[in-house]
Design a protein around this ligand. Structure first.
Ligand code: AMP
Length: 607
């Protein structure tokens, strides 16, 4: 057996709506890989500077402060969804994006004079995480387990796979986010019962109920609210801040994107502060119609935790209503849940924790960082798959119902949503083939009663049927849904034995040619080493290393063990070397920077 460090590195990636994270297993334990700027989370943001340089992560978040219209965020909400005017409308309602249709009906966005497939936006984030992992390992990283929301349909899963391909990553498996969280919490080892995963992130709320029995792991129900998350909490604070401005200037500030961005950043910071403190001071300068050179407005105020809770309790209660609905759909009550797992940065908010504890009459598991737990679980699973060491059996459920179209465009469901997969179903129909020699069977996905409210996945055409009276030709339709969600349909005429089949592969979002072009471009970008962003990241990392050194010095003063002193000496030597080499121009030299980045990020990660 090769030594563990000789094996090709594999990683777990949480490609989140607001933030993403990458993790790996080292010495049997999962750990987050810090990015090249030294942070454990990377904002899922992509932007372009006025000079046309691409920025991803923290650098894009900084750009959003000055050029909000040049930065895209929360695009995962639209990833893998077919373009429609309703989708564009939905985007306009929540985010300042213009969505347009791609050549094959996929969704693209206009950003800083460019037209980007959303798949490419996700690929840029994945590419950044891949490069962070490569800086950490000092070698190429090609294989990953990537997580997706449990309710992603096959189009959204396909788009995630395409994004990985563009980023140069081979997907070992897509794993549902709640399943990854439960794996991180060790529920595959010894736990028997039902776990509810309560995932409140930046933009979405998801609930999943998992059944764990004899080592088998099944998502038995999922639900959620795609437009309920931390952003909505921030929005409430922003509205409250706006109400404190002079009434005659509120409208002007509300129309100014830079001012609104400043208020949003201040609101989010205050929300975070209130997780640890009872009061947050908020101070925002330069508000107004900045485009017309009319700024000058300042806002200074304080928000108490209790008032924040009054503002946001209705939002938190909406989460519990969703929990109730998901449980009711599977005939469960809160006391039937044996463990509650918290996922998503918003579950740090004390109000959310309190309401969850009251609702389930039990304290949720909080041992792992809620914004890291999904990436950690993905890393554990990636490691199991790569080492083939008795990988946990993760069973999925159908994320949407599947059926066939009947007369009057009504839908007859063969596989209900939440049925565990793999799954099979068959049904005999007497379609109205009166006077016709063929029967057309449309396969639909969705919960609507009529085809128009569902998605048509394809058609099976049975030809050469005997001319018959209405309803005289019995046809058997057989559905087989594989464990990766691929649907195979077989239709057989019970009279003639004629059979036709159809494999419903997820429709690609991007044409092969475009995929390959984007893949080449991404590889060239990675090769180039990231230009100004890499230098900026390096400066941030060096700052973090200096801060880390201060913390280390304080802790050594308090507890001067031999080991601590040796660690401090090593850290001081490294930071001094970094300072020296930076002043000698190492920041601009890609190879020198890469080598220093690796050593400094290990230091910041506490190794
Ligand atoms: P996620 O999508 O899981 O990364 O969640 C991000 C959301 O969690 C954002 O709305 C953040 O503002 C919020 N968040 C992260 N950390 C905290 C914290 N310490 N207190 C309050 N909210 C937080």
């Amino acid at each position: 057996m090769p030594a563990p460090n000789m094996r090709e590195p594999v990683v777990g990636i949480d490609l989140g709506t607001t933030n993403s994270a990458v993790a790996t297993v080292e010495g049997g334990r999962p750990r987050i890989i810090p990015n090249r700027a030294g942070s454990r989370l990377t904002p899922s943001m992509v932007g372009f500077t006025p000079q046309g340089e691409r920025l991803v992560g923290e650098a894009a978040a900084s750009l959003a402060e000055t050029h909000p219209s040049r930065v895209a965020w929360a695009t995962k909400r639209f990833l893998g969804r077919r373009f429609s005017p309703e989708l564009a409308q939905e985007a306009r309602g929540t985010l300042p994006f213009t969505l347009v249709s791609g050549p094959s009906g996929d969704t693209r966005m206009r950003l800083a004079d460019q037209l980007l497939p959303l798949t490419q936006v996700s690929a840029m984030v994945l590419g950044e995480l891949k490069a962070d992992a490569e800086a950490f390992f000092g070698r190429a990283v090609r294989k990953a387990v990537i997580t997706v929301p449990a309710n992603f349909d096959d189009g959204q899963r396909q788009a995630t796979k395409e994004a990985a391909q563009v980023a140069g990553l081979q997907v070992l498996r897509l794993v549902n986010e709640p399943t990854a969280a439960a794996v991180a919490y060790g529920l595959t080892k010894g736990f028997e019962g039902r776990a509810l995963v309560f995932d409140l992130g930046g933009g979405t709320f998801d609930v999943s109920i998992l059944q764990v029995q004899s080592g088998v792991f099944e998502v038995v129900a999922t639900g959620g609210d795609p437009v309920l998350g931390g952003e909505d909490f921030d929005h409430r604070i922003v509205q409250w801040l706006l109400a404190q401005l002079p009434p005659d200037r509120v409208e002007e500030v509300a129309r100014d994107t830079v001012s609104m961005r400043r208020l949003k950043v201040a609101a989010e910071q205050a929300k975070r502060q209130l997780t640890h403190e009872q009061e947050a001071t908020i101070s925002v300068v330069e508000l107004g119609d900045l485009a017309q050179g009319r700024g000058g407005l300042e806002l200074s105020t304080a928000l108490t935790r209790s008032f924040f809770e009054t503002l946001c309790e209705p939002l938190s209660r909406r989460c519990l209503t969703v929990c109730e609905q998901v449980m009711a759909a599977s005939g469960l009550t809160p006391d039937a849940v044996d463990a509650v797992l918290l996922v998503g940065g918003m579950t740090r908010v004390p109000l959310v924790r309190r309401l969850v504890t009251e609702f389930f009459a039990k304290a949720p598991a909080t041992g792992l960082n809620p914004d890291e737990v999904v990436a950690l679980g993905a890393a554990v699973h990636a490691d199991e798959l790569a080492s083939q060491s008795g990988a946990a059996l993760l069973i999925d459920v159908a994320s949407h119902s599947l059926g066939v179209e009947m007369q009057g465009a009504r839908v007859r469901r063969l596989v209900e949503k939440n049925t565990s997969i793999p799954s099979m179903a068959r049904e005999v129909f007497l379609p109205s083939t009166s006077g016709q020699k063929e029967a057309r069977i449309r396969i639909v996905q969705g919960e609507g009663e009529y085809t128009r409210d569902c998605r048509v996945l394809g058609e099976v055409l049975l030809k050469e049927l005997p001319r018959a009276e209405r309803g005289d030709v019995p046809l058997e339709v057989h559905f087989e849904l594989s464990s990766d969600g691929t649907l195979s349909v077989k239709a057989t005429s019970l009279r003639t034995g004629a059979m036709e089949s159809l494999k419903v592969e997820a429709r690609p979002n991007l044409q092969q040619q475009e995929l390959e072009r984007l893949e080449r471009e991404q590889a060239e970008h990675a090769e180039a080493g990231g230009g100004a962003q890499a230098e900026e990241n390096f400066r941030r990392l060096a700052e973090r290393a200096e801060k880390f050194l201060q913390v280390l010095r304080r802790s050594v003063q308090e507890n001067a063990t031999e080991d601590a002193l040796a660690a401090l000496q090593r850290a001081e030597a490294l930071v001094a070397e970094a300072r020296e080499r930076m002043s000698a121009g190492a920041v601009a030299d890609a190879a020198a920077r890469a080598e220093l980045t690796r050593r400094l990020s290990l230091l910041v990660a506490g190794r």
